[in-house]
Write a protein that binds this ligand. Structure first.
Ligand SMILES: C[S@@+](CC[C@H](N)C(=O)[O-])C[C@H]1O[C@@H](n2cnc3c(N)ncnc32)[C@H](O)[C@@H]1O
Length: 187
């Protein structure tokens, strides 16, 4: 999408649940969520975005027992979307290498929230975003446990000369109360 369209949508985005406004403005959007857990947010985007969207759902689904169990829950939750939801069980950076550059219309990073991991995710996935696409992530917040997202996002944005946006209102679920960051990748 061009910058003018992005800006006209961005002024309507209050919570991350408004991101389908972007998806609905794209023809057959190809999307990825990195860090899927039990698939609730992927499901919301698949349900409220256009029926032509495709979602790659990337998660390592390992470590804590809770996260291993989430794999089965995510499979079950995303099954009704059939081939529109494509599950990739892999570490984030390795998954990024599976895709060509300039492949995605929408990228949402929500995996490991410590600064080195977020920085590595940004470096790995930004080239995979199409020029004119939306590049985003969760937890642009201060003081949330083990959360170093701001410390990774801000230097990247400054280095690349990008314009950063954040969501700014609470949503209905706990995860919606933690703000998301997002930006338009220049053409
Ligand atoms: C906060 S949860 C994601 C929540 C989900 N985006 C939502 O809003 O419903 C973080 C997820 O990231 C995954 N994760 C953590 N580190 C990862 C990595 N290096 N590669 C891939 N997934 C990772 C975890 O397994 C966990 O399921």
């Amino acid at each position: 999408m061009d910058k003018q369209l992005f800006d006209s949508i961005a002024i309507k985005v209050r919570t991350r649940n408004d991101f389908p406004l972007f998806l609905n403005a794209i023809d057959k959007p190809v999307c990825v969520e990195i860090g899927v857990a039990q698939g609730e947010y992927s499901e919301l985007l698949l349900r409220t975005g256009p029926p032509t969207s495709t979602f790659y759902c990337v998660d390592i689904w390992s470590g804590k027992r809770k996260f291993r169990n989430f794999f089965a829950l995510a499979i079950e939750r995303l099954a009704p979307f059939d081939m529109r939801a494509r599950i990739i069980r892999s570490p984030s950076v390795e998954a990024a290498a599976m895709f060509p550059d300039a492949f995605f219309d929408f990228i949402y990073i929500d995996a490991n929230h410590t600064t080195p991991y977020v920085a590595a995710d940004i470096e790995a996935w930004y080239p995979k975003a199409k020029p004119g696409s939306v590049f985003a992530g969760h937890d642009y917040v201060v003081g949330h446990r083990k959360c170093g997202v701001i410390e990774a996002v801000d230097p990247f944005v400054e280095r690349e000369g990008l314009e950063l946006h954040t969501t700014h209102e609470d949503g209905p679920k706990r995860a919606d109360k933690l703000f998301s960051w997002y930006l338009w990748k220049p053409k």
